[in-house]
Design a protein around this ligand. Sequence first.
Ligand code: SAM
Length: 431
Amino acid sequence: MNKSDSEKIFGLLSTIGYTSTELPEDADLIIVNTCSIRENAVRRLVGHLGNYKNIKQYNPNLIIGVGGCVPQHEKDNIRKKAPFVDIVFGSQNFNKIHEMVERFERNREPIVSIIKQADVYEEEMPVYRDNKFNAWVTIMNGCSRYCTFCIVPYVRGIEVSRTEESILREVEVAVEEGFKEITLLGQIIDLYGRDLKPRSSLDQLLYKVSAVKGLERIRFLTSHPKYMSKGIIDAVAELPNLCEYFHLPLQHGSDEILTRMNRRNTMAEYDELISYVRHKVPDAIVTTDLIVGFPGETEEHFLETINACVKYRFDSANTAAYSPRPGTPAAEMENQVPEAEKKARLIALNRVLNDIAKEKNQATIGKIESVLVEGFNEKKGNYYGRTRGNKSIHFQADDSCIGKIIDVRVTDGTSSSLRGEILNPALSLKN
Ligand code: SAM
């Protein structure tokens, strides 16, 4: 979501004449689009700002802006801690960044502008798409679920869906521009459309997006297991250009912890969901998010997470040690788990997940994957792309393959990627 917002910020800035530089030292303007999901992300902001402060010392005309989720939460603190920052804006008004920059260029007066809730789907918002093959399309903003660990509802506003018409227009334009793959984005995307009048739903939208001529691949991120409907799973089973890929954040394997996380679903419900996915889409790639060290997590609770991974055999997972976020209920809970314990559990969990991922990837040896070729990796000396299940795959090919969807036979697998050989005999090989 942040990457997608950054592409729009860049698009907006290009309307007032800005282009990109390779190095921050060459820039006239640096905008840092921040994330506050974990303490680590906030810490990285401090590191980046230290570097940019040094650059400003020998280029005093450099304009520095900080936007997104951190200022949305800490409005006045940014300039208190970093007075050399010229523009501070939030996640709800990044669509005005070009106006703020122009105002600063005129007045050279610091700007701090944060608003609580806004509609950031400006129809004509220009976007500079960083990835040349996959286009992000935001279909809803915000989150109103209030998981006790999560800061998102406080920094991204309440759930607001974008109209189907507006989404379809953006998808059509992206396909006309040559994008083969679209990833629809929302914090809890399976809730799409409930707030619209007339009401819509993600499955209804998926059928419409799927019908856009020339669109070869569709993905959607990220779901919440509680709201993943059979209709959405059926759509994945039925629509040929909807990829067999489900990201279903479990967060934890213990019902007791799930309740304290305010996740609203039980392990029994998750089990039923996975069974339905496997029944309707047997080849589905299923990935997840997991948190270790939530307050009160005992060794037994943690083992329930491990057991869930062994049972569901996730293809991959985003794992994190619980990070207390200011203003969220879990940050105030008793029995916070010591950092060293969290770290040890995270290492143990990742080891189990990596072993499963490696086994699963190796089990696909011999399988033919449809691959969207993204480029050539100079360091590794091979071409790379993504399968329909969003797995990274490496192979020998030539430049004519880039941007095309080709068949690749899997020849090996590690915990994080696949290796393969291309099948299309018409394609000439460099090596
Ligand atoms: N759709 C997802 C869901 O089911 O809740 C929401 C994605 S959330 C924005 C991104 C992920 O960050 C979460 O799934 C969670 O695993 C992780 N996360 C959020 N807050 C966290 C925290 N305080 N500490 C560690 N991880 C956190």
